[in-house]
Design a protein around this ligand. Structure first.
Ligand SMILES: Cc1ncc(C[n+]2csc(CCOP(=O)(O)OP(=O)(O)O)c2C)c(N)n1
Ligand SMILES: [Mg+2]
Length: 351
């Protein structure tokens, strides 16, 4: 359960009866396979990620000293669903929109805001003012390699180290639709299939690579079909359904852990803001954004929890309030933190 937002404990203390089993099963097979507690937990993390994201965007507009600001709005079901499906000893290399994965793996909002504000308390101790390259091996987070898509061969190498040592561990990473057009994507999948590595790759198909729409990127935009030729298992999933993403990842991770080889999961979603916050994304048709706004992963999962009687409105309001308080406290702590000591400038420089 999300350590910051535990609706069960808060609401039990308030005397709320809490949640029960779904009233009826009227959702897809995948959705009905996810237990109610996990579904509430996923909402808690998605809401925390969304609240963080909105705060980050607001602070950038206020000129409050954030570095590279890449919104993951719309990607929460992917980053949270995939992150929660992993085991404690597995590793993951998140991408620039995967804030939710950092959070579920245990990187605190204080450390992430501290990082974005260049503080000594940030995850990179002031070396990097966004989430590019920030990792924490104790949390099983491999720093994102900014040169796309070079996190793929790196993560495949880690997966192969698990295989060589006969450790039942899995390495997961992400790539954007744009990143799949680069050579290293194909080289990685070729070797992953050949070696049957314990490797899971999630393609975050958000329709755009910077200002280039999918239709101008590739002739055959069916990612699962294209990946299958490399000898990997493939799945296509609604990237705005956290239950579907989670369940698909659970199955892929289990297959990889038990010697069944790699999986490529295509998760379809939409990049809801510009490439980075300076980009107004005027090139994205407004009606396309409207269509995807109606499929918002956080709002829709919230409604699903209510419709199935998994959670009450009071419980979810409590989660929403706790998220706001948690993020406000993290920002206050990060803004009050010291900048790095200039004497430490060369720490961590090896060549
Ligand atoms: C080799 C390389 N070229 C260019 C960039 C700059 N860049 C960063 S993200 C990005 C767009 C990537 O699009 P996509 O893979 O679809 O991911 P998205 O940003 O949509 O999540 C570009 C061009 C980079 N990081 N690395
Ligand atoms: Mg993209």
């Amino acid at each position: 359960m999300c350590p910051y937002l535990d609706p069960r404990s808060t609401l039990d203390a308030a005397g709320n009866p809490g949640f029960g089993e779904p009233a009826e099963t009227r959702f897809s097979t995948l959705r009905s396979m996810v237990d109610p507690r996990t579904q509430i937990e996923m909402y808690s993390w998605m809401k925390l990620a969304r609240t963080f994201d909105e705060q980050m965007v607001a602070m950038w507009k206020q000129g409050r000293g954030l570095g590279g600001t890449f919104s993951g709005r719309g990607h929460e079901a992917i980053s949270v669903g995939a992150g929660l499906a992993l085991g404690r000893k597995d590793v993951v290399a998140p991408m620039h929109r995967d804030l939710g994965t950092y959070l579920v793996r245990g990187m605190t909002p204080e450390r992430i805001f501290g990082n974005m504000l260049g503080r000594a308390t940030g995850a990179s101790r002031g070396r990097d003012a966004n989430l590019h390259g920030v990792g924490d091996l104790d949390l099983g987070i491999i720093g994102f390699v900014s040169h796309l898509p070079q996190s793929l061969p790196t993560t495949l190498g880690i997966a192969m180290s698990f295989k060589y040592r006969s450790e039942p561990r899995v390495a997961m990473t992400f790539v954007g639709d744009g990143g799949t057009t680069a050579g290293a994507y194909h080289e990685t999948l070729n070797m992953a299939g050949l070696w049957q590595a314990p490797f899971v790759l999630i393609i975050e198909n958000n329709q755009y690579a910077y200002s280039t729409p999918l239709t101008q990127q590739m002739h055959a935009p069916n990612f699962a079909e294209r990946a299958a030729v490399y000898g990997v298992a493939t799945s296509s999933v609604d990237g705005n359904s956290v239950n579907d993403v989670y369940q698909t990842c659970v199955e892929a991770i289990e297959r990889a852990r038990t010697g069944g080889g790699p999986t490529v999961i295509e998760a379809t979603t939409m990049r809801m803001l510009g490439h980075a916050i300076h980009d107004g994304a005027e090139y994205v048709p407004a009606d396309l954004l409207d269509q995807w706004e109606r499929r918002d992963p956080v709002a829709n999962h919230r409604q699903h929890l209510l419709d199935t009687d998994i959670a009450s409105e009071a419980m979810l309001e409590q989660v929403d309030t706790t998220s706001r308080e948690r993020i406000a406290a993290a920002v206050a702590e990060a803004e009050a933190a010291a900048m790095p000591d200039p004497d430490t400038l060369e720490d961590g420089v090896y060549a």
